[in-house]
Design a protein around this ligand. Structure first.
Ligand code: EPS
Length: 348
């Protein structure tokens, strides 16, 4: 089974990801991983931290001569801004952040102990893992991309830029919606037989666990709630060339928790970042007196970056479901098994 674990604090020595279960014989290109890490760092509305960091991955296990060994792959991405031991205490919890709930849960007396791991800096690991999974998926023609659909309710390029500029000017933050699209996904990933095997539930978990994500939808999503069934279900056709096909894809490529061969289309809403330069009311956790929430260096808008993280999270789930269906140990064996499956489907 493909599984992963990540570790690291925002201002600790670095972020680590271990990915276990990639088959042996897959060529890995470090430059391609670093390109994905760079994409995560980009976008209008990013803060000063991104000018300090230049995220670069190092692979310390699981590879020989650039090919996977089938053993766990370890990625290490060092933090340039790594002064965790010297950083000041944070005493006024930021509404919308993990600060207060985390402090009470773990019994800390400094919010710093929470925010260091709760920081979205951890998404460096998600993207590193996603880049490895994308490499596997690309062997089978599967491509995962993302795009920003709206920011603060604006959906044109000019409107989005203006909205982020307004947030910067007002010392505010702004969220939005991004879409993740996976193309050339074969029919049959995931299963309806058990809740935790449904592809959509697994994708939902992967997306909703990205910091700041508050909603998730597949295909037409909320649009289903205002439509008749006859208007929205994707009618099925068949001819000798295309075999089974549809003229619409409202299902977003998943029916009954199983990929149906159409593009997988997912959307997620990201809330505005919780750190406000013009802070909201809060409470000093030591004195219990009213205080303005802590002001930490932060970003203003990261919807585009969240889209890159979303692609990565989706790539992990698709790679996992793909390996479950087509085998795991050796890339050559998986290719054989995939070929046989495609042949059967082509005649169905
Ligand atoms: C992030 C690094 C962090 C934040 C952001 C994500 O850097 P710093 O806190 O040192 O400025 O910019 O973290 C958060 C949004 C958060 O809520 O903590 C990164 O590498 O993406």
């Amino acid at each position: 089974m493909l599984r992963c674990l990540t570790a690291g604090e925002s201002h600790g020595k670095g972020i680590v990801a271990i990915l276990e279960g990639l088959p042996a014989g897959l060529r890995i290109d470090l430059a391609a991983i670093n390109k994905e890490l760079k994409r995560r760092q980009s976008g209008f509305g990013r803060g000063k931290r991104m000018q300090i960091e230049n995220d670069q991955a190092e692979i310390t296990s699981g590879l020989r001569h650039n090919y996977t060994l089938g053993s766990p792959l370890t990625l290490i991405i060092k933090n340039k801004d790594s002064g965790i031991e010297k950083l000041h205490k944070v005493l006024a919890a930021r509404p919308g952040h993990a600060d207060l709930a985390g402090l009470l849960k773990y019994g800390f007396s400094d919010i710093r102990e929470v925010l260091e791991r709760a920081s979205a800096r951890s998404t460096v690991a998600t993207v590193g893992i996603g880049a490895l999974c994308k490499r596997l998926l690309s062997e089978f023609g599967i491509v995962v991309t993302s795009r920003v659909l709206s920011v603060g309710g604006e959906s044109t390029k000019e409107g989005i830029t203006a909205k982020i500029s307004e947030a910067i000017k007002n010392k505010d933050t702004v969220g939005g919606i991004f879409e993740v699209i996976a193309q050339n996904v074969p029919v049959g990933l995931g299963s309806y037989v058990q809740a935790d095997r449904r592809l959509d539930s697994r994708l939902a978990e992967a997306i909703i666990s990205i910091p700041g994500i508050k909603s998730f939808e597949v295909g037409l999503g909320l649009g289903y709630a205002v439509s008749f069934g006859s208007e929205v279900h994707d009618a099925i056709y068949h001819n000798s060339k295309k075999r089974y096909y549809r003229l619409t894809n409202n299902a977003g490529g998943i029916e009954g928790g199983v990929s149906n061969g159409n593009a997988i289309i997912l959307r997620a809403c990201m809330k505005p970042i919780a750190t406000l330069m013009n802070p909201l009311d809060s409470v000093n956790i030591h004195t219990k007196k009213s205080a303005k929430a802590a002001v930490e260096r932060s970003d203003v808008c990261v919807v585009a970056s969240a889209g890159v993280v979303g692609e990565s999270a989706v790539s992990f789930v698709l790679a996992q479901a793909f390996l479950e269906k087509f085998g795991a140990d050796s890339l050559a064996d998986i290719k054989e098994s995939y070929k046989i499956y495609l042949k059967r489907i082509a005649h169905a």
